[in-house]
Design a protein around this ligand. Sequence first.
Ligand code: GLC
Length: 609
Amino acid sequence: MVLAHRSSSALKSIAVALIATVMVLTAGGQSATTKPTTSATTQSTEQNWWKNAVIYEVYPRSFQDSNGDGIGDLNGITAKLDYLKELGVDAIWLTPVYPSPQVDFGYDISDYRNIDPQYGTLADFDRLIAEANKRHIRVLMDMVMNHTSDKHAWFLQSRSSRNNPYRDWYVWHDGKGETATSKGEPPNHWQSLFGHSAWQWDEKTRQYYYHKFYIQQPDLNWNNPTVHKAFQDIVAFWLKRGVSGFRFDAITTLFEDPTLADEGVVRDQNGNVVINAYGDPQLDNSKTDNLPGVHQVMQQMRATVDQFSNDKFPGTRVLIGETYLHNVQELLTMYGPQDKPEFQLPMDTQVGFINKLDVSAFRSKLNDAETKLDSHVPLLVFDNHDNPRLDIRYGDGIHDDDIQRVISTMLFASRGAALFYYGDDIGMKTTPPKRKEDVKDPIGITGWPREKGRDGERTPMQWDASQNVGFTTGTPWLPVPPIARQNNVATEGSNPNSLFAWYQNLIRLKKTVPAFEHGSNVMLDTQNNKVLSWARQSQGAPQVFISVNFTAEPQTVNLAASNSLTVSNSASVEARKLKTLLKSPGGADPQSLSEIKLGPYGVYIGELR
Ligand code: GLC
């Protein structure tokens, strides 16, 4: 994770890091034209399923509790697969469910080949895969290779003596100026992304170990080939159980500069050193992030994974990367060279974490994803378990649901795969703790009050309006936000104007409208700084036009004059009719491309006939 994306206020300064035959017309005007489908993957072959995929991030701890202990679990997820099927998702990504001391809620793994008893058993996992497969939903796991838990057997061995065979599995260094009686200073000034020095003194063997994240998350030494082999075996273990791929956690932080050179300090416009939420000078991460070694690791990993498309679990296995990068050029490198591919889907965080409703910024970044990734498939993502939800980063507190329609339209109506976070589908809102003593995420404890941690975006999934929102019969591990009485699956499922209905309609369009499946994105009306408009076009398929109003005032756009239209010439375009595929509640049906009227934060999607 990159803390720069966490908050629009406190951490802003941190510089790191689915053919139309059925017309569903609803009372309030939200409409969708769709064809009936038999499965969420009808249009995708087993080989190409990921190229137009809809992937849903499940935070298992907070999704559904099946045994009343207040913590979500695998059987809870299995019980909710029908909901996910109804929503239309192709795959779910589970954040870590391996045994873990839960210091970083699963990202500190103590055994890579089992399930934490809090979440269930391997038999529960196998049942989840089997039930998901029956519904054409694939399961993706999280793979944490940068570090383990300090309770992992490898680390316990490693720290037991300097001569232990596992010593070199982690990053150990002498301190500066160390003597027989003093530990000296840490080897350099590198910092943990979770605050303070990245070096932890180990008294028994009198050396420091490196941790990019918590002290309890020692970094593995990726210069050791045995470590590579260990992870190839772990990945094979889960592929054999039927997982359809992995999301590689913190992948850019695998390597550190062997010279241990200090990192640069980030300064503001006035030349002053930026101080982060933990009170430390903000470093540029130039010696500990995105070093070249990661490419070779991922090339080997891809080669291993590509061998696993077998009859029992058919279909391409997909590698997703947690790739917070500086620009689209860096993102391009993560797909790897043609003959040595790396990720199929490195996350494009350039688009989704703009963090303000700026039309030209979105136009430019979406256009980069279309034109600067060598025709690779972009993976758009706007939020996750590490960042405040959409309301905080894009909402205005008044039009939050409409603004979420704007955001979700960019996510699902653009070319590529779409990744979204549990609860977006019902408009869950960020609910940070109000008191330090209530904080569960340790970075909220270290960083309070500037950094309140990530509890706010991890509250229980809101299934109904009951006291514990249908999440648990026990006491939920994080409190249920008051908004849950209004925004929940039971209430929204029966409301055709709800966000849930909006997400369901967008996903159905993504999976059924031919231009949405593989059509390119062409930006239109490119001088407009209030409305973002684009066309999806693919030879032989009707063009689809999308306009989203980024303002609280009504807007009207004329797309007929746009000189970016390449498939049809603009003269014939003007004479032809638009058929509404989807529009915001209360929105108008335009007669032609010359006059599309949008309400405040209104969205219009129409097909040219
Ligand atoms: C990733 C995860 C985050 C975790 C960190 C350390 O950024 O998304 O939740 O804390 O890695 O594993």
